[in-house]
Design a protein around this ligand. Structure first.
Ligand code: AP5
Ligand code: MG
Ligand code: ZN
Length: 217
């Protein structure tokens, strides 16, 4: 099964994709994570995308599509969760081609709907473990023991440079202008499953499970 998690910045794509990867043996493909890895490694692509990401704008279609293409071949027959990709009509068409060439197709496009004020609260409170990458939130998902990662015990955490209120507004504007318009492309094919992303992490997870298990009424 191959699915897309589609939604604005802070909607919960990464949180839900990581859970699905752990629970179902699917593979999370986050173009945001791939680009942050490229930055951290100082690779030519990383240097190129740094300023664009820090401004909250979209990286070029060619770069992100190439990143996805490279990784698709290594997934074997495991299902993929696309997290933060596609984000433009061009990327959506490229994904159809990449999947088609490999005899694969999309099963569901999960649309996570969340209010803008809530998105800002989520993004400005987000942090993650510097060692294992586990994601947290100051108020909504704190570590069980203050200052210690639940998953690996590390005491070092990081915050994303693009997680400030001003950049978040640009990221939301990019979402509205370029990403939300791809929904009709998938709606026409009957693939879109709206999920109320305002609910708690556990309730959103249960709703997504119901879609994947075909138990949605
Ligand atoms: P990317 O990394 O994809 O960022 P984004 O889309 O802005 O989304 P986020 O990762 O901020 O949010 P999320 O939906 O994953 O939320 P999360 O689960 O963390 O992209 C970053 C940049 O890279 C882009 O701006 C662009 O420059 C570039 N880029 C990436 N992909 C690209 C592409 N395809 N094309 C072009 N450019 C690209 O949750 C947020 C917080 O809320 C967490 O703290 C979490 O604990 C908490 N939370 C989650 N769910 C809930 C809930 N239900 N209730 C309460 N709290 C919750
Ligand atoms: Mg994310
Ligand atoms: Zn950790």
């Amino acid at each position: 099964m191959n699915i897309i998690l589609l939604g604005p910045p802070g909607a919960g794509k990464g949180t839900q994709a990581a859970r699905l990867q752990a629970a179902r043996g699917m593979i999370q493909m986050s173009t945001g994570d791939m680009l942050r890895e490229a930055r951290a490694s100082g690779s030519p692509i990383g240097l190129k995308v740094k300023a664009v990401m820090d401004a909250g704008e979209l990286v070029s279609d060619a770069i992100v599509t190439a990143l996805i293409g490279e990784r698709l071949d290594a997934t074997g027959d495991r299902g993929v969760i696309f997290d933060g990709f596609p984000r433009t009509k061009h990327q959506a068409e490229a994904l159809d081609m990449l999947l088609g060439e490999r005899g694969r197709s999309l099963d569901h496009v999960i649309e996570l709907e969340v209010d803008e004020d809530e998105l800002v609260r989520r993004i400005t409170g987000r942090f993650s473990c510097a060692r294992c990458g586990s994601g947290y939130h100051d108020a909504f998902r704190p570590t069980k023991v203050a200052g210690v990662c639940d998953a690996c015990g590390s005491t070092e955490f990081t915050r994303r440079p693009d997680d400030n209120e001003q950049t978040v507004r640009t990221r939301m504007a990019e979402y509205r202008a370029k990403t939300a318009p791809i929904l009709p492309y998938y709606r026409e094919r009957g693939l879109v499953r709206p999920v109320d992303g305002m609910a708690s992490i556990e309730v959103v997870a249960a709703e997504i499970d119901a879609v994947l298990d075909g138990t949605v009424v």
